[in-house]
Design a protein around this ligand. Structure first.
Ligand code: FAD
Length: 401
């Protein structure tokens, strides 16, 4: 059910209705159940299936039922496939075919998935990636985690969160409650196969104010210590605050501190990394990212690569508090960068295509508000009323924790 609604299948003569896609699938079981199915399993273990758009949903579910995993989906060159096969039969080898760039999502959902998995019946995902994002000399530990959720009904949109229930119980003997984490992957997951969900998690660690003992946060510690193959209890998805507008011409101002980058990583991958037929970003994205030190710039290489590839569409501004200074010699926090560029940002806010997103540490809004309030005043506008108006137009989004 990942992104291919049955409504679109019915509408088979719409933008995608007459197109064919090639699924590359691994791990299909040959069980009595699929004996009648037309899935040919090659010795290599990889199967390529050509599937008309209208049957993608059905095929994805069938593949999941058979224990298969879709490793890629490509658009198929229609001319070449005309005389060929349809769902269930093998597609010509990749040498014969000229598939376009990888593409998965057909049409963004108008319905927003929420609470597909609840705490009483969580989804059990498997950790398939857990890597450090903080470079040498940086502060703390922040991990990029990916969970395999294949065969499940989980689907989500960029900007949503999932809940994680850590194992064990609290000091009252009750099972731990779930903790929310912003999803860092697009709806297609890092592997573009709609079978994973990724997070960006900071390990909470502090000295106990009375005993001086080192205390680790229950869930963040659990996540940061996961090994490949470990199970994770997942709930959700939740959240409608941070959804990205569907308009590919939108102007998106993003302000992040630390792991607040998570939803923005998803947005930026959707805008600049993935290929979609129905979402070709042609607007403007501006990320202001606040971190303490250079090695704490999460996903630095990817962000900078996007900026150099799309300089007209993506602007990247860091506020590195322990290394950079403001004009008057103060530490450079995110609100100082906003203050520096506030005239330009204010002008952007006047454009109804502009949407602003704030994500990260609780309290980061105050300084940002202060910067905008000063600029608004210059224009004879009361900032809180203006911000309220932006909010009512669904153009001002905040998620802090
Ligand atoms: P817990 O074991 O629950 O400990 C937290 C408690 O420790 C605090 O309530 C406080 O009582 C105490 N404490 C914390 N610091 C100190 C201190 N310095 N001194 C004394 N006591 C202290 N986190 C991420 O890493 N990445 C995300 O993308 C992310 N997204 C979120 C999205 C949303 C919508 C929300 C609400 C939260 C998000 N969080 C995210 C935070 C996350 O949910 C957890 O709160 C965080 O990981 C800590 O949980 P824990 O179980 O590790 O800590």
């Amino acid at each position: 059910t990942y992104g291919f609604s049955s409504a679109s299948a019915v509408n088979s003569k719409t933008a995608f209705g007459d197109r064919l896609f090639v699924f590359e699938v691994v791990g299909l079981r040959q069980t009595p159940n699929n004996q009648q199915s037309a899935v040919p399993i090659r010795r290599s273990g990889t199967v390529r299936l050509t599937v008309p758009y209208g049957r993608m949903n059905e095929e994805m579910q069938r593949i999941a039922r058979l224990g298969g995993k879709i490793v890629s989906i490509e658009r198929f060159d229609r001319e070449r496939v005309e005389a060929s096969t349809v769902a269930g039969a093998p597609a010509p080898s990749s040498k014969d075919s000229k598939p376009s760039k990888p593409m998965t999502q057909a049409k963004a959902k108008t319905d927003i998935p929420v609470n597909i998995y609840r705490p009483k019946t969580p989804l059990i995902g498997k950790c398939v990636e857990n890597r450090e994002l903080v470079g040498e000399g940086g502060i703390g530990r922040v991990r990029h985690l990916t969970f395999d959720v294949s065969g499940s009904d989980l689907r989500y949109l960029e900007g949503q969160s999932i809940g994680i229930i850590p194992p064990g119980s609290d000091d009252k003997g009750k099972s731990h409650k779930l903790r929310l984490y912003s999803i860092a992957s697009t709806r297609h997951g890092d592997r573009l196969d709609d079978q994973t969900v990724s997070l960006c998690v900071r390990e909470l660690v502090y000295q106990h104010p009375e005993t001086g003992e080192t205390v680790y946060g229950v869930c963040s510690r659990f996540l940061c210590e996961l090994n490949d193959g470990d199970d994770v209890q997942i709930t959700g998805p939740v959240g409608k605050e941070m959804l990205l507008p569907e308009d590919p011409e939108a102007k998106i101002i993003m302000m992040a501190t630390g792991t607040g980058i998570a939803p923005f990583r998803a947005y930026l991958r959707r805008m600049f990394v993935e290929q979609h037929d129905d979402y070709k970003f042609n607007g403007f994205a501006w990320l202001v990212f606040g971190i303490p030190k250079t090695p704490n710039i999460l996903y630095q290489d990817k962000l900078e690569a996007m900026q150099s590839e799309y300089p007209d569409h993506f602007r990247l501004t860091y506020a590195i508090s322990r290394e950079q200074q403001t004009a008057d010699g103060q530490k450079m926090y995110i609100q100082n960068r906003v203050a520096e560029h506030v005239e330009e940002m204010w002008n952007l806010l006047q454009d109804e295509k502009t949407h602003t997103y704030i994500c990260g540490l609780k309290g980061m809004e105050d300084g940002i508000d202060e910067a905008f309030a000063g600029e608004a005043q210059k224009h004879g506008v009361e900032w809180s009323a203006f911000r309220k108006q932006l909010k009512s137009q669904d153009r001002w989004h905040v998620e802090t924790y």
